[in-house]
Ligand binder design. Structure first.
Ligand code: MN
Length: 421
């Protein structure tokens, strides 16, 4: 039992009902205070400045100050799983209502506990490498049915190997950052030659991503049992996609410019420890994967995933309710597979799940699937229709794990689409 997960813990910091950030969460992120970046945690509608808290001595003596006075959380999480568990546990003690060290020190409390509306929340990670998997069987089946052949929707390799591709790290942006409609080569089915212009099929992909906190040397592999030492935590992830660019460019080497213009992440990286109460069994894998992909324990998580569209014409309308638990290939398998050729994993890498779709239409994680490639548009509250995402639409994603005792959330990923130049 991880003490910081105890559902009975209550904080002296007020936490609104249904907040994503109760005392049992305590994620990590980056804030900007007086023009300086600090590592921070979050509780309710407050951030906790860990640079200030550590300097006070209250956190304990083992943490090097410079890892908290940093533009990103990489050096902090790079201290490793056990120190990060320690950090969360000490933070939990300082914030619970049975301990008054911090609560009673008014000066320190005011300096390190700041209302979130008074700080700038920044990009948490310096992302070195970004990989996107394709691990939802429902999503792969839907896409295979639409683009290829309903009789053979899954390609023969799909149930043997966690399919993925190396994505672009430099264009991963923080929630709240607008995205300009990308341009690219487009070629309709009946067009003789392609044209260059703004995408007409801009889409979101509802995904989650895990962040690594440990590196392996080039040439070394990682077993599924070892993967948890490498995975610090998770974020919510919107992998923006331009379907018309994608369908023209993706053969034979896979996704390229249809994906690399932007992907949006949530601001707070949730420690995998905090998600422990929500571990569940994954789908049965048949055929049995190769030995290096077999695993022990539960590696799927019951995390609700919602997507809304908002526009200048209407308030947010929910269009998707899915769940991370549907994932066919789990994080342990994805990471073990990624390193199975000796590829070196690094601290701060981001590994995205691929679009997460469930079994029914309402749980499909992209417009491509929801509108069946535009053939069955969604009605919006103002009477308009959406086949794909329009200029000035905002796409809002939420992720949260919830049981009778506690709700561990990821906050939101919100992105407004600006018109192309
Ligand atoms: Mn994707």
């Amino acid at each position: 039992m991880i003490r910081a997960n105890d559902p009975k813990l209550k904080s002296w910091v007020p936490v609104p009902e249904n907040s994503d950030f109760p005392i049992q969460n305590l994620p990590l992120g980056i804030i900007k205070v007086n023009d300086k970046h600090h590592v921070a945690s979050r509780i309710g509608d407050y951030v906790i400045d860990l640079a200030v808290l550590n300097r006070s001595g209250l956190l304990g003596v083992d943490f090097v100050q410079r890892v908290f006075e940093s533009e990103h959380i990489n050096d902090c999480i790079g201290l490793g799983k056990s120190l990060m568990r320690d950090l969360r546990s000490r933070l939990s003690r300082l914030l619970d209502d049975k301990h008054t060290d911090l609560a009673s020190d008014e000066d320190l409390r005011k300096r390190c506990l700041i209302p979130i509306r008074d700080v700038e929340v920044c990009m948490p990670l310096d992302i070195r490498n970004y990989t996107d998997f394709y691990s939802s069987i429902e999503h792969a089946t839907n896409v295979g049915t639409m683009f290829r052949d309903p009789e053979n929707a899954l390609l023969p390799n799909w149930k043997h190997i966690p399919i993925g591709y190396h994505g672009r790290a430099s264009s991963i942006i923080l929630s709240g950052t607008p995205v300009k409609r990308p341009k690219g080569q487009l070629k309709g089915k009946d067009d003789a030659v392609p044209v260059y212009g703004p995408t007409k099929q801009l889409d979101f992909e509802l995904e989650m991503a895990f962040v690594t906190c440990k590196s392996n040397d080039l040439g070394n592999t990682i077993s599924t049992d070892e993967t948890e030492e490498y995975i610090f935590g998770m974020v919510l992830f919107n992998d923006w996609s331009a379907r018309d660019i994608q369908s023209w460019e993706y053969v034979p080497l896979g996704p390229f410019l249809a994906k690399s213009f932007a992907s949006s992440i949530s601001a707070w990286v949730v420690n995998l420890d905090a998600l422990k109460p929500f571990r569940v069994e994954g789908p049965t894998q048949d055929p049995k994967p190769l030995p290096y992909l077999q695993f022990t324990g539960q590696h799927n998580y019951d995390i609700c995933l919602d997507v809304y569209i908002e526009s200048p014409m209407f308030i947010p309308a929910k269009i998707v309710h899915s769940n991370y638990k549907y994932m066919y290939w789990n994080m342990a398998q994805q990471l073990a597979h990624h390193a199975s050729n000796g590829c070196n994993i690094q601290v701060g890498d981001l590994y995205a799940s691929g679009t997460i779709s469930g079994p029914i239409r309402d749980s499909f994680g992209s417009m491509l699937e929801l509108t069946w490639r535009g053939t069955d548009p969604i009605k919006m509250p103002d009477g308009s229709e959406r086949k794909f995402i329009q200029d000035r639409d905002k796409v809002i994603m939420h992720a949260y794990a919830k049981n009778d005792d506690v709700r561990i959330g990821f906050g939101e990923v919100i992105t407004e689409i600006k018109p192309a130049d």
